[in-house]
Write a protein that binds this ligand. Structure first.
Ligand code: ADP
Ligand code: MG
Length: 252
């Protein structure tokens, strides 16, 4: 890594990242760090660049300028989406990609097998190690008693958890989660906050959300994005008292 003043426990490093679309800067000299096993919430108005930030980290969008490093020396700007996923970064989009006609178990089995070559997944069944992995994930996402139900029969919240479970089977060191609580009931929202807190004991989790009750329940460091840069950062109480944050986001 180029900069020598970066703490050892940094997992993700963005420095002066800029992304322009037809001259409009969706990200504007964006810089921040995520530590190992950190849970970080990102808030900010629509169009602030939250999803674009995830796009540049995951290789979907290439930044015009700036540095993005993972685990110290891995230059993420040199990798495409599939490679970034294999490097240990899992991303959950807003819309779940659960296959509705398959059971919860089958969806997880597919996610696990995604790791192997198509040849292997066609001819090999699930090893006992693989089954155990799926059982562990089912427990984490609290869908043990739904394992034989189809994706279609799950509630919106349960689908989101299943999708998180599918990502966990790839064992990511960093999870990026875009607006998980949208459309969830209050109870599902709080269970999701609990789940993400639990997951962050073993990996870093970066979550974008608008739901302030959810952000509060995460009880973690919050970063406010505005016009493609960090406007404020700190505890939720801290950023909520920032007048600029109130003006551009919270007070509207
Ligand atoms: P957020 O997720 O914070 O709501 P986005 O990152 O989706 O914001 O978008 C930031 C800005 O960049 C918006 O103005 C959006 O219209 C623009 N933008 C995002 N992706 C593209 C793209 N692929 N082409 C053109 N403009 C884009
Ligand atoms: Mg977005």
């Amino acid at each position: 890594m180029v900069d020598k003043h970066i703490p050892d426990d940094t997992l993700l490093y963005l420095n002066n990242v800029t992304v322009s679309f037809d001259g409009f800067k969706a990200l504007n000299n964006l810089s921040f760090l995520i530590k190992s096993r950190e849970l970080r919430a990102i808030i900010g108005p629509n169009g602030a660049g939250k999803s674009t930030m995830m796009d540049v980290v995951t290789g979907k969008t290439r930044p015009d300028t700036g540095e993005i490093y993972f685990k110290g020396s891995v230059d993420l700007t040199r990798h495409d989406e599939a490679e970034v996923a294999n490097l240990g970064i899992g991303r959950k989009f807003q819309k779940p990609s659960v296959i509705e006609s398959l059971t919860v178990w089958e969806n997880l089995e597919l996610a696990l097998k995604g790791r192997r070559s198509p040849f292997e997944s066609m001819f090999k069944g699930l090893s006992s190690e693989g089954s155990k992995k799926i059982d562990d994930v089912l427990l984490k996402i609290r869908l043990q008693d739904r394992r034989d139900l189809t994706g279609a029969s799950l509630s919106h919240g349960q689908k989101q958890w299943l999708e998180i479970g599918m990502l966990l089977l790839q064992d990511p060191e960093l999870l990026l989660i875009d607006e998980p609580a949208a459309g969830m009931t209050d109870e599902e929202t709080f269970r999701t906050a609990d789940l993400l807190r639990e997951l962050s004991q073993e990996r870093s989790v970066v979550v974008v959300e608008h739901d302030m009750a959810f952000i509060k329940a995460l009880n973690c460091r919050v970063m406010v994005l505005h016009e493609g840069s960090v406007l404020a950062e700190g505890s939720l109480d801290h950023v909520q008292q920032n007048q600029q944050v109130i003006d551009v986001y919270l007070g509207r």
